[in-house]
Every structure is written in structure tokens, then in C-alpha cells.
Ligand binder design. Structure first.
Ligand SMILES: [Cu+2]
Length: 358
């Protein structure tokens, strides 16, 4: 008996690479079949990460690191009060200066690390560039710009519940006041402290609690996330309004490397509390009476709500020199906007991202 076993073991060894290859193929086929039926939630597929506009959407396994870079662009043009458009001349009827257009660009470096299977830590380092075009009552057009390191966010993502094909995660983040909120810019009345939306940072410590839900089938995945931003204290005499964001998405896996997605996002945010005394709320043009300066400088004209729809694609490199790398793109536009206005309305947003887990 022993001899026969020994002989067959030896002949198995002698069979060498060919046999080994066959075994690997069978094992791989079994694994593929098992994963097709087991329905366990997996991040190793293109839609294993949410659309790139969503952050803190997934957890990692113990010891795993992930690095990401995102470039985000937002384009705003035209004013809106409530849910209807207002022209520049209507804005200039009530204010000395009217904003016409604004763009926001953000480059964001993200690092994730999982000390345990339950908890993933995340650090986000943004670099922000803002630009706003205006026109005043004299017809003079001018542009203000600000840029710099934004508010650094540290957060944790905790797995609360792990079903086979679904997960419930708890998000908790703190936004640190590393971004400047004392930016200045040149205007027709000289160098002034720029209004609230042109400041790079919030100025305050902000808490960001939230929940994320994820689910997958063989070819589809979907998820939902809600994150609140709760501002604390005041800086320069004010704090920005609190914010609530709810989003939900669905994705279809077209192949092992490519998935496409649609996402709905709703956001509501409050007015500025308090006021920065250096941001001029009124001006006296040509010796006339004080007039409100520009809508962006008025704390009670900052709140609003909006809903937007985005489409996206995730690409997950599985082989070759880029194996493990991810590229993703998402483009969105509002379907509803309602502001304590006038405020500039968003026309479109885009996010391009790269991710690598090690
Ligand atoms: Cu990650």
C-alpha cells in the first residue's frame, strides 16, 4: 500500500509542469464557479469601487493600503434665485457687483489603510483652485482667484454588517481647518477679503458622520451613502452652514475590467452663521447710499439644495504592467437647484481618478 502511494506521488512529481498546469486550471475553474455562485461581495471587479465621485465607499482588508488621485472640476454659470434663473441685470438691480461664472478645480490625494478587517482609515489631502468672473454696475468686468491646500480630512470606515453580497459601513470623518479662509483678491475697489465661496477652507473643525450601503450580484452592483457635515465653533466670526448629502448609484459590470454607472445625488446646505467683518456686505458706489455689495458676501444668501445625475465608468486593469490599477471617470449635471439666492448655478461637474490598492 505504502509503496503504491509512494510510487504514485513520485510519478505525480515526475509529471512535472504539464500536470501542475492542469491542476491550476482545474482549481481556477472551480474558484470561478464557486465565486459565480457564492455571491460574496468583492472589491476585485471594476464596480468593486463606487463611482469616482463617491468617497469612503469601501473598506479594505487587514494590512492593505490604497492610494488615489482625483482631479475634480465644477463649472458654474448664470444666477439662480429659488429655483428660477435671474439675469445679471436683475442681480445688479439689488447689488453693486454680480457674479457671472465660477470654476472650482480640486486635486485630491487619498490614502487608505486598514489596520483590521473591520476598520479602514482614510486621509484626504485636497489642493483647491477657485476662479470667479464678475461685472459691476459700471460695466467693469473682473476676475478673482484663490488657491491653496484645502481642508485635510481624516476618516474611518467601519464595517457594521457583512452579509454575503452586501455590506453596511459606518463613516466618520473630521475635516481639519488647514485651508485658508482669509484669501484676498483684487477688485475695482482695491484688494479685499474674498467672499465665502472664494475661500479655500471652511475655517472650522467639521464632523462628518455617515452610512454607506453596498450590494452586488454577478453583473450588477448598487449602493447608497449619506454623509452629514456638522460645523463646530467659528473662525473669522463665522462658520459655514451644515450640509447633508445623500447619494445612490447602480453599476453594470460589462466585463472583468469595465463597468458603467448612473448616480443620483441630493444635497442640502445651510446659510453662513455669523459673519466675517472683513467681507464687505455693502458698498457706496459714487457717493450713493450703501448698497449690498455682492450676493456671495451676504451670509443669509448661501444656503440651498440641489439634486444631480451623473454617469460614470470604472476601468480595472487585470493584467500587464498596470495590473491592479484603476481609472475612473464621472460626469454629472444638476436636475434641480433651489437657492437662497441669487447664487451661481452649477452647470456640470467632472471627476477623473486613479486608484491603486497594495
Ligand atoms: Cu480604498
Amino acid at each position: 500500500m505504502m509503496r503504491r502511494l509512494k510510487t504514485s506521488f513520485a510519478s505525480a512529481l515526475r509529471a512535472g509542469m504539464l500536470r501542475h498546469k492542469a491542476t491550476l486550471t482545474v482549481t481556477a475553474a472551480l474558484f470561478a464557479a464557486a465565486s459565480a455562485f457564492a455571491d460574496d461581495w468583492s472589491s476585485s471587479r471594476p464596480d468593486g469601487h463606487a463611482p469616482i465621485g463617491v468617497m469612503g465607499d469601501h473598506a479594505h482588508k487587514t494590512g492593505e493600503w490604497m492610494f488615489s488621485l482625483r482631479t475634480m472640476h465644477m463649472d458654474m454659470e448664470g444666477n439662480r434665485d429659488g429655483d428660477s434663473n435671474v439675469s445679471v441685470s436683475e442681480v445688479l438691480g439689488d447689488f453693486v457687483v454680480a457674479p457671472k461664472r465660477m470654476s472650482m478645480d480640486m486635486q485630491m490625494l487619498g490614502v487608505m489603510y486598514a489596520p483590521t478587517d473591520t476598520v479602514t482609515l482614510m486621509l484626504m489631502l485636497p489642493y483647491v483652485e477657485l476662479e470667479m468672473d464678475h461685472v459691476n454696475r459700471m460695466g467693469v468686468e473682473f476676475t478673482t482667484r484663490s488657491s491653496g491646500l484645502g481642508d485635510i480630512k481624516v476618516s474611518s470606515i467601519t464595517t457594521l454588517k457583512d452579509w454575503h453580497n452586501a455590506k453596511l459601513l459606518m463613516n466618520f470623518g473630521v475635516s481639519l481647518p488647514t485651508g485658508s479662509n482669509t484669501e484676498e483678491g483684487l477688485t475695482p475697489v482695491g484688494k479685499v477679503r474674498l467672499p465665502y465661496p472664494m475661500q479655500v477652507g471652511s475655517g472650522t473643525y467639521d464632523f462628518m458622520p455617515g452610512l454607506t450601503y453596498l450590494a452586488q450580484t454577478d453583473t450588477y452592483s448598487w449602493g447608497a451613502q449619506g454623509i452629514a457635515t456638522i460645523r463646530t465653533g467659528r473662525d473669522e466670526g463665522y462658520r459655514l452652514g451644515n450640509r447633508l448629502m445623500l447619494t445612490s448609484w447602480g453599476a453594470k459590470k460589462l466585463s472583468d475590467t469595465l463597468s458603467v454607472s448612473v448616480r443620483l445625488e441630493g444635497e442640502t446646505w445651510g446659510d453662513v452663521r455669523g459673519a466675517d467683518r472683513r467681507i464687505a456686505q455693502s458698498l457706496m458706489p459714487m457717493g450713493m447710499g450703501p448698497f449690498p455689495s455682492v450676493p456671495t458676501a451676504i451670509p443669509s444668501l448661501r444656503g440651498g439644495s440641489q439634486a444631480s445625475l451623473s454617469v460614470g465608468a470604472n476601468y480595472y486593469f487585470r493584467t500587464g504592467f498596470a495590473a491592479g490599477h484603476r481609472l475612473a471617470l464621472e460626469i454629472g449635471a444638476p436636475i434641480y437647484q433651489d437657492f437662497d439666492g441669487p447664487q451661481l448655478e452649477t452647470d456640470w461637474t467632472g471627476t477623473l481618478g486613479w486608484q491603486l490598492a497594495l
